[in-house]
Design a protein around this ligand. Structure first.
Ligand code: FAD
Length: 393
C-alpha cells in the first residue's frame, strides 16, 4: 500500500512490533529507530549479577530484524510531531510516517528520592536499565569485603518488573554466599507487600538463612533521601542506613519521548486503548511496553512482547480498512532464587468493557519439592531463549 510505519525503541515492545508488522505484511515499509547497536536485556541481568550468566549472553543485535526486512536506524528520536506525522532524529534528519509505534521503556524520576540524580547513580547504581549501570553494580559487588552490607532501595507505585528487586536479592545472595558468606543484604521497601512474597521469603530462608532482611513500609522501609557520596540513605522516620554497596531503584515514568510527544497523563505514563494500544491523546500512534498504562498487566518484557503483537495486528487491520482482531495477552515472570531454584507468576488478560481484565493466573505452589523448583529454573532459561529469538533472532 506504500504505507510507512515507524517504530521508536528496539527493546521488547518495539522490536516485536517491527518484526510482526513485517511478518503480517511483507511489503510494508517498517523503520525501527534505536540508538543502541546491541540491546542488553533486563531479563536475566540479575543472573549476570549472580554470576550465572556472562554479559555477552544477554546482548542482542539487530541483524535478525534487518533480515526480516525491517529498516533499522541507530539513532535517538528527538521529537515527534503527531499532527504532522513526522519525527526528528538526533542529528536533524526527519522522517514522515503513516503510523507510529513508540516503545521507549522507562525513564528514572531523578530527585523523586531527594539527592538521587544521574550523578548519584554513578556511585549508587540503579541498574534498572541493563547496560553500564548493571556492570557497575557487579564491579561494586566484586570489590565489597566479606562482611559488608548490600542495601537495595525498592520503590512503591508502578515500576518496571514487580518481582525484579526480589529476584535480584536472591541472585546477589547467591553471589555473596559462595564468595563472601559473612555479608548481609538489606532491602528497604516503600511497599508493605510484594509480588510472590511468600514464595520469595520461603526460598530466601531455605537457601540463605538470615542473609536477606526485608523491611517493608510499615516497619520504616520507605527511603526518602539518598546521600550517595556517603553511601547512606534516610527513611521516612529518620533512620539512617549505611551501605557498602548501595543499589537505589528509584520511582519511574514513561521514557521521555512519550511525554515530549504529549502522550502521557499526570501519572507520567501513557493512557492507551487496550484493544489496540493506540494512544488516547493522538491519532495513528500506538504505545506499547512499560511506557503504557495497562494495569493489571505488569510492566514486563513478556507483556511488552504481547502488546507489540497486538499493536502490529491492529495497525495492519487499520491499514487494510478492517476492524482490529480481538486482543488477548499472556504473561509469565520467572524469578531465579538460586541456579536450580526458580518460582513464577503467570496471567492471561483480555479486554472487557474497555479495560484490561485478568481472566486466569496464578503462581508456583508454596508446597513443592526441589525437583519442581529446578524444573522452573530450566523453564526460565527456555523462556529467555524463546522470547529472545522471537524478538531479535
Ligand atoms: P525496553 O525493553 O527498555 O526498550 C526500550 C528501548 O527504547 C530501549 O532500547 C531504548 O534505547 C529505546 N529508546 C528510548 N527512548 C528512545 C528514543 N527517544 N529514540 C529511540 N529509542 C529510544 N520482564 C520479563 O518479562 N521477565 C523477566 O524476567 C524480567 N526481568 C527483569 C529484571 C530486571 C532487573 C528488570 C529491571 C526488568 C525485568 N523485566 C523482566 C522487565 C523488562 O525488562 C521490561 O518490562 C521490558 O524491557 C519493557 O520493554 P519496553 O519495550 O517497554 O522497554
Amino acid at each position: 500500500t506504500g504505507a510507512h510505519v515507524a517504530v521508536i525503541g528496539g527493546g521488547f515492545g518495539g522490536a516485536t512490533a517491527a518484526r510482526y508488522l513485517r511478518r503480517g505484511a511483507p511489503d510494508l515499509r517498517v523503520t525501527l529507530i534505536e540508538p543502541a547497536e546491541r540491546f542488553y536485556t533486563c531479563p536475566f541481568s540479575n543472573l549476570y549479577l549472580g554470576g550465572l550468566r556472562d554479559w555477552d549472553s544477554i546482548g542482542h543485535g539487530y541483524d535478525g530484524l534487518r533480515a526480516a526486512g525491517v529498516e533499522v536506524i541507530h539513532a535517538r528520536a528527538e521529537a515527534v510531531d503527531t499532527a504532522a506525522r513526522r519525527l526528528r532524529l538526533a542529528g536533524g534528519a526527519e522522517l514522515a510516517w503513516d503510523r507510529l509505534v513508540i516503545a521507549p521503556g522507562i525513564d528514572l524520576r531523578w530527585n523523586a528520592l531527594e539527592g538521587y540524580d544521574a550523578a548519584a547513580a554513578e556511585i549508587a547504581p540503579h541498574a534498572w536499565k541493563a547496560g553500564p549501570q548493571t556492570q557497575l553494580l557487579r564491579r561494586q559487588m566484586e570489590a565489597m569485603e566479606d562482611g559488608g552490607t548490600f542495601v537495595m532501595v525498592i520503590p512503591g507505585g508502578a515500576y518496571r518488573c514487580p518481582p525484579g528487586p526480589y529476584e535480584r536479592a536472591g541472585m546477589v545472595a547467591h553471589y555473596l554466599k559462595t564468595r563472601k558468606p559473612r555479608s548481609k543484604i538489606l532491602l528497604l521497601d516503600a511497599k508493605d507487600r510484594f509480588s510472590k512474597q511468600p514464595l520469595f521469603m520461603q526460598g530466601w530462608q531455605a537457601l540463605y538463612g538470615d542473609m536477606i532482611e526485608w523491611v517493608g513500609l510499615d516497619d520504616d522501609g520507605q527511603v526518602v533521601r539518598v546521600d550517595a557520596a556517603r553511601r547512606a540513605v534516610e527513611t521516612a522516620f529518620g533512620t539512617i542506613h549505611r551501605a557498602d554497596v548501595l543499589n537505589v531503584i528509584p520511582p519511574q515514568m514513561a521514557g521521555g519521548i512519550a511525554a515530549d510527544a504529549g502522550l502521557t497523563d499526570a501519572s507520567g505514563w501513557v493512557p492507551v486503548d487496550p484493544a489496540t494500544f493506540a494512544a488516547r491523546q493522538a491519532e495513528g500512534v500506538h504505545v506499547v511496553g512499560d511506557a503504557a498504562l495497562a494495569s493489571p498487566m505488569p510492566k514486563s518484557g513478556f507483556c511488552a512482547n504481547a502488546q507489540g503483537k497486538v499493536a502490529a495486528a491492529a495497525i495492519l487491520a487499520d491499514l487494510a480498512g478492517q476492524a482490529p482482531p480481538e486482543a488477548s495477552f499472556a504473561n509469565t515472570c520467572y524469578s531465579m532464587i538460586a541456579p536450580d531454584y526458580a518460582i513464577s507468576v503467570a496471567g492471561v488478560y483480555r479486554v472487557e468493557g474497555g479495560a484490561v481484565a485478568e481472566v486466569a493466573g496464578g503462581t508456583s505452589p508454596l508446597e513443592a519439592d526441589a525437583g519442581f523448583r529446578a524444573a522452573e529454573a530450566r523453564h526460565a532459561a527456555g523462556w529467555y531463549a524463546a522470547i529472545s529469538a522471537d524478538i531479535w533472532g
